[in-house]
Structures are given as structure tokens and as C-alpha cells.
Design a protein around this ligand. Structure first.
Ligand code: HEC
Ligand code: HEC
Length: 371
């Protein structure tokens, strides 16, 4: 059962790369880039690290003034443990649809305002009334080029939305608002890195990249004079280079075992990871099936265009040893607790993990800490 899901994704990876996906240290580009690609990667990184000022288009409402303010650690493209992006939505249970509360600024409730906006009486955006709120930590961007390269067909083949195989796991493909197969965002809202980058520029930093983009404050046009820059505030070149930087970031390499005993511990932990059913969702290689799973009420907050409040994309576990906050809202720094918080479709694996003898749990955790 598990093998069929895993097989679908593995096949694709094997087809694009003869061995395992190419890896490097966090923040490094894919190994073996030619000088042209390397130059574009570096130019993209400079933009990713660039601090934008209001004169360059930052704001009027924004969260941070550079991409790497949030995607910080252990290198540009990483995460931070303290930064949270606030999202607000409303789930309509009669129609079973998600209201993104766009007209009230729900997609991203921005916490900062430029001096011009503050001078007009706005210090920050406010959470719409009666909304469900989610606070998301920034994920690692390392290896996302590999995620983008996975074909729609491979993702579709892994879904089992009616749970036909009866394993209690019914992963569903995420869809963008216009119906494409999604890969990015915890609620699976975006199909391509480029689409995400454009949205990050607009929603996190208040930087428009299209003539048709409009700045908003709480979903409405900003007060007169708060945003004098004409659209677009950044050009096509900026979007293209940022996209390339993210696309060319290598997946972090797993740890090298310190000793034969350590290697043995990791190998036992890996085996248990398969045996207790973690791989039903955290498929090997990327450690995610890129599907939405109902994780139960404990992890429920905002909804997405194709995701109910309790549905979350399987988190990629690549580079886990470089992270210190876990789950989409970063609620814990304890891996054991992150596993024990799995409910809903993750309940069976959670229980199987909890039933392992203490040493078995330790092996499994040691395996996770080697990723
Ligand atoms: C204020 C903090 C913040 C800033 C600034 C920020 N991001 Fe993010 N980023 C996040 C959060 C939080 C998420 C997770 C969103 C989600 O899960 O829906 C994210 C997700 C992403 C993703 C998708 C990752 C995935 O696994 O699906 C990409 C790509 C990305 N950001 C790129 C950028 C780029 C490029 C910039 C600069 C233009 C940027 N981000 C600026 C917080 C930030
Ligand atoms: C039904 C699918 C499913 C199964 C089975 C499953 N997980 Fe998960 N896992 C998820 C999803 C979805 C998330 C993201 C939850 C969130 O971010 O709130 C996640 C998150 C995690 C995280 C947190 C990663 C991070 O960086 O935030 C860890 C660690 C983890 N899982 C380990 C495991 C282990 C170990 C098992 C087996 C005992 C397991 N999972 C079984 C779907 C699953």
C-alpha cells in the first residue's frame, strides 16, 4: 500500500536524477552549475538579502524589508524560529468553502507600516472580525527546485482522496485558486516558485511586480499619499532572479555518521520510520508526498483554496537537523512532541510511534536528526 505511493514519487526522482537528489550545505547552489547559472544564483541571492526602503517601493503595509529577514538560518533560504506570518480566513461550513477574506486583508495580516502610512494613522493591519487565524513560520526553501520538477501526474498518482486502499490516509492534491496542481505553501496554494515569489514580494514586503498589482491596507486601497511609487515597483528581472535563486538552492545533505554505532542507529531509525508508517506521507527522497492531509483539530487553523482548516501539506523533512522549531506554526522545538501532535490521518502512525519501546523511539528520532 505504502509502496505504491512511494513508488510513484521515487520513479520520477530516479528519472530526473540517476542517484539521489543532489545535495549540498544549506544555502549552497545545486552542485555542478555552469558559470552562467552560478552568476544568476549569486545575483538572485543578492536580491534575496537586499534590504528594501520605502523609496524603493517597500510597503506601505509590510512584514519585513528583506526576504532573508525571515528565511535566515542557517543560511539565506532558511527559516527563523521567532518570525510568524499571520493569516486569517473564514471556513463556510454550509458550502464547505474557504473565504480568504481578501476584501478585509486576510491573506496576510501585515504587522508593519512605512512612515508615510503611520503618518496617516495606520500602525499595522488588523485581523478581520470572526476570522480563524494561523501563524506560520517560514519553511526552508532548500531543495524547492526538486519539488517544482515533480510532475503533476506523479503527485496525482499518489493521492487517494477516497481512501480506496483503506489505510486511513486519504491525501488530496492541493489546487491553486485557478485549478492547477499546487506544490507550495502549507495549504498548497501555489503551483510554481515564481508565483510564490511574486506573492511574497507583494504580501510580505509590499513590492508590486506587475502593472496590474494594487497595494492594499486591510484589503482596501491605501490612504491617499501613503504609497507614491507607481506600479510595478520591482521589475521582471528581480522576479526572475529571485525565482532562479530559490530554484537553484540545493537540498541539504544528510549528516555523515560519526561512527559505526551512529550509522547503525540511523539505519535502525530509518527502518522504523518505514515500519510505523511515516513514509505513507513522508515519502523517501523529499520526505513529502506534496499532498494535503487532515491532521485533526490540534493542527487546524486557516483554510486554503483547496484545503480545509485541518488540512496541511506534508512537511518536507529534508534538512530537519538544521531546524529548531517544528510544525507549520512552530509551536514546538521538540521532535517527539511534533510527532505526537499528529492526529487525523496521522493518528495511526502517531500511535505506532508512541507504542515503540523507548529505544525504538530514540532510534527514530536519531534518524530524523540525521536528515
Ligand atoms: C515576514 C516573513 C517572510 C518574508 C519577508 C518572506 N517570506 Fe517566504 N515564507 C514565509 C512564510 C511564513 C512562508 C510559509 C507560507 C505558507 O506555508 O503558506 C513562506 C514561504 C515561502 C515559499 C514557499 C515555500 C514552500 O515550501 O512552499 C517561498 C518560495 C518563499 N517563501 C520565498 C520568499 C521570497 C522570495 C521572499 C522575498 C521576496 C520571501 N519569501 C519573503 C515568510 C516570509
Ligand atoms: C497522514 C500523513 C502523515 C503521516 C503518516 C506522518 N506525518 Fe509527519 N507530518 C505530516 C504533515 C501534514 C505535517 C505538517 C504538520 C504541520 O506543519 O502542522 C507533518 C509534520 C511532521 C514533522 C514536523 C516537521 C517540521 O519541520 O515542522 C515531523 C518531525 C514529522 N511530521 C515526523 C513524522 C513521523 C516520525 C511520522 C511517523 C511516526 C510521521 N511524521 C507520520 C503528515 C504525516
Amino acid at each position: 500500500v505504502v509502496r505504491r505511493r512511494v513508488g510513484a514519487l521515487l520513479l520520477v526522482l530516479v528519472a530526473c536524477a540517476p542517484d539521489l537528489p543532489p545535495t549540498a550545505n544549506p544555502g549552497e547552489p545545486l552542485p555542478g552549475l555552469d558559470s552562467t547559472d552560478l552568476a544568476r544564483f549569486q545575483a538572485g541571492q543578492a536580491l534575496f538579502d537586499k534590504v528594501y526602503s520605502p523609496e524603493e517601493g517597500l510597503g506601505p503595509a509590510f512584514n519585513e524589508n528583506q526576504c532573508s529577514a525571515c528565511h535566515t538560518s542557517p543560511a539565506s533560504g532558511g527559516t527563523t524560529g521567532f518570525e510568524r506570518v499571520v493569516k486569517a480566513t473564514r471556513w463556510d461550513s454550509t458550502t464547505s468553502t474557504c473565504d480568504p477574506l481578501t476584501a478585509q486583508g486576510g491573506a496576510n495580516v501585515r504587522t508593519q507600516a512605512t512612515p508615510r502610512l503611520r503618518a496617516r494613522g495606520v500602525e499595522r493591519e488588523t485581523v478581520p472580525k470572526d476570522a480563524s487565524v494561523g501563524r506560520f513560520i517560514p519553511p526552508f526553501l532548500f531543495g524547492l527546485g526538486l519539488v517544482e520538477a515533480i510532475t503533476d501526474d506523479a503527485i496525482l498518482a499518489a493521492q487517494d482522496s477516497a481512501d480506496a486502499n483503506g489505510d486511513g490516509i486519504s491525501g488530496r492534491v492541493g489546487r491553486t485558486a485557478d485549478g492547477r496542481v499546487a506544490r507550495f505553501g502549507r495549504k498548497l496554494e501555489f503551483a510554481t516558485i515564481r508565483d510564490f515569489v511574486e506573492t511574497a514580494l507583494l504580501l510580505e514586503m509590499g513590492l508590486t511586480s506587475r502593472e496590474t498589482h494594487r497595494e492594499t491596507v486591510n484589503g482596501r486601497p491605501p490612504p491617499r499619499g501613503a504609497d507614491p511609487m507607481p506600479e510595478p515597483e520591482v521589475g521582471e528581472g528581480t522576479v526572475a532572479l529571485l525565482t532562479e535563486f530559490v530554484r537553484l538552492l540545493a537540498a541539504p545533505a544528510p549528516a555523515v555518521a560519526r561512527s559505526a554505532a551512529h550509522a547503525d542507529t540511523i539505519a535502525r531509525g530509518r527502518l522504523l520510520f518505514f515500519e510505523v508508517g511515516c513514509v505513507a506521507c513522508h515519502t523517501p527522497s523529499l520526505y513529502s508526498d506534496l499532498l494535503l492531509h487532515d491532521m485533526g483539530p490540534a493542527l487546524a487553523d486557516v483554510c486554503g483554496p483547496a484545503a480545509a482548516s485541518s488540512e496541511v501539506r506534508t512537511e518536507l523533512l529534508m534538512g530537519l537537523r538544521h531546524r529548531d522549531r517544528f510544525l507549520h506554526d512552530g509551536r514546538t522545538g521538540d521532535l517527539r512532541e511534533a510527532i505526537l501532535t499528529h492526529g487525523g490521518e496521522g493518528e495511526a502512525a502517531r500511535t505506532a510511534f508512541a507504542r515503540l519501546p523507548f529505544l525504538g523511539q530514540e532510534y527514530l528520532l536519531a534518524f530524523l536528526k540525521s536528515l
